[in-house]
Design a protein around this ligand. Structure first.
Ligand code: GTP
Length: 431
């Protein structure tokens, strides 16, 4: 039986909390643990037996060179039919699925996964599929319309930032679903991973028609120009809850959203940890003539790291980067062709493409990790500024092609691409 996956990659106007990292690379292609964010999702899909096609749906231009290069490289690496479909406008989380229904339904797949792209984790897709099949074929649910969604546990306080699920304990049937509720609903939250069968298009079609038939008081546009966007969470899941068709598969494995730039450092650490257990060959280990490696570190084979540098834990160094003598790097991402000069120290920071950090300079950010003392706690979704208009302390981001001079300190600062810094900076955005 054919299985497929759809990854919702958004477009230039989504994922704005991720700026300035997305100013020169589409968010889904931002590298984490050495690979673009969506590479990890495609790798998880490639491990599901029978899954041979992945459709990326978004509103990036289809001639976007990095996206084209990425698609052709993952096709080869995973032997999967990976294709990109561009929405004519931003169609919402379910609008693109509805619009490209013919492409999704070609070859009559038994079912298809849908994954948000701004998530990271260890996705139990095979287990989810098995659960889904049991629900569909079990005595009580023979040939029934069944949809499955992945859920995890959050803290009571943080749950209202997510889609909250109330389900029957014994069967997993979703009784109630609310997207980002104002009052407490449940600590069981939506992970943005679903398994649908073709029947879902009947529901999407009704959601679409319903939306089209509503008078559009705001825009007063004729029907043909009406908003064609459909929200998977609001127009579909909320409607399916309580209908005996939607089920939840719970996971306790690592899962997180990647909403902010700080989320990439956290995701990097966790993907490197997954490598340690599942793909240790991807991690760099200590050698007689190499740099000192502490904990989990990924270094591209073309990067030059001086043997006297100390790297780690939780660092990824991209293609063509150069790290000088005595440099110290910890909990950071060094992007393509960046140059960290001798004895510089980089902590909890991202150094952008083609940027340089001068000798003896210290670039440091403040981690924004989930509270380790609270079980199920997730990263806080914080804005850039607090209620007094001050910048919330977070990781330091040096945008692409920035020259950071020697012997200065840059702390909790965001530097936009192509900007110059003349001296030490703290708690600033340099525009
Ligand atoms: P926010 O907290 O408001 O960001 O909500 P959310 O976590 O539910 O995320 P959101 O609904 O914005 O996006 C979920 C996923 O869908 C992300 O991977 C987005 O890139 C993707 N997405 C969002 N809008 C669109 C869209 O119009 N088209 C496509 N193809 N993908 C989208």
């Amino acid at each position: 039986m054919v299985l497929k996956a759809v990854i919702l990659i958004g477009g230039p106007n989504t994922g704005t909390g991720f700026r300035p990292l997305t100013l020169d690379v589409p968010k889904p292609l931002f590298p984490i643990a050495g690979h673009p964010m969506i590479y990890h999702l495609i790798e998880s899909c490639s491990q599901v037996e029978g899954l041979d096609e992945v459709l990326l749906i978004g509103s990036y231009q289809s001639d976007e060179q990095e996206l084209k290069n990425f698609v052709s490289s993952v096709r080869k690496e995973f032997h999967l039919n990976v294709r990109y479909y561009q929405e004519f406008a931003q169609l919402g989380t379910a609008g693109g699925i509805y619009h490209f229904r013919d492409q999704i339904l070609s070859n009559e797949p038994e079912a298809f996964f849908v994954l948000n792209s701004d998530i990271c984790g260890e996705f139990p897709l095979t287990e989810m599929l098995q659960f889904h099949r049991e629900k569909r074929q079990g005595a009580d649910y023979h040939h029934k319309e069944v949809y499955t969604m992945l859920a995890t546990e959050a803290t009571r306080q943080q749950s209202h930032n997510y889609g909250c699920i109330v389900n029957r304990k014994e069967t997993g049937e979703v009784m109630h679903y609310v997207e980002k509720p104002e009052t407490f609903v449940s600590t069981s939250i939506n992970c943005g991973v679903y398994l649908f069968s073709q029947h879902i298009f009947q529901h999407l079609s009704s959601a679409f028609k319903d939306k089209q038939s509503r008078p559009n008081f705001e825009s007063k546009l004729p029907p043909t120009y009406r908003d064609e966007s459909i929200s998977l969470e609001k127009d579909l899941l909320m409607e399916l809850a309580g209908t005996d068709k939607l089920f939840v598969y719970h996971t306790d494995s690592f899962w997180s959203q990647i909403k902010s730039a700080a989320g990439t450092i956290y995701a990097n650490r966790n993907y490197l940890k997954i490598y340690r257990h599942k793909r240790p060959e991807r991690l760099r280990s200590n050698t007689d003539h190499g740099p000192q490696i502490i904990g989990d570190v990924w270094i591209h084979s073309s990067a030059e790291v001086h043997p006297t540098a100390t790297i780690g834990p939780n660092v990824s160094i991209s293609k063509g980067a150069v790290i000088g003598a005595g440099a110290r790097i910890k909990e950071s991402l060094i992007l393509e062709s960046a140059h960290v000069h001798d004895h510089a120290c980089i902590l909890h920071s991202i150094i952008g493409r083609d940027s340089t950090v001068g000798a003896y300079t210290r670039v440091e950010g403040t981690p924004n990790d989930p509270n380790p003392d609270k079980p199920f706690s997730k990263m806080e979704v914080k804005g850039l500024f607090n209620s007094n208009g001050q910048l919330n302390p977070s990781i330091t981001i040096i945008g692409s092609r920035v020259q950071v001079p020697s012997e200065i300190v840059v702390l909790n600062t965001i530097v936009l691409p192509h900007k110059d810094i003349s001296g030490s900076e703290m708690n600033k955005i340099i525009l």
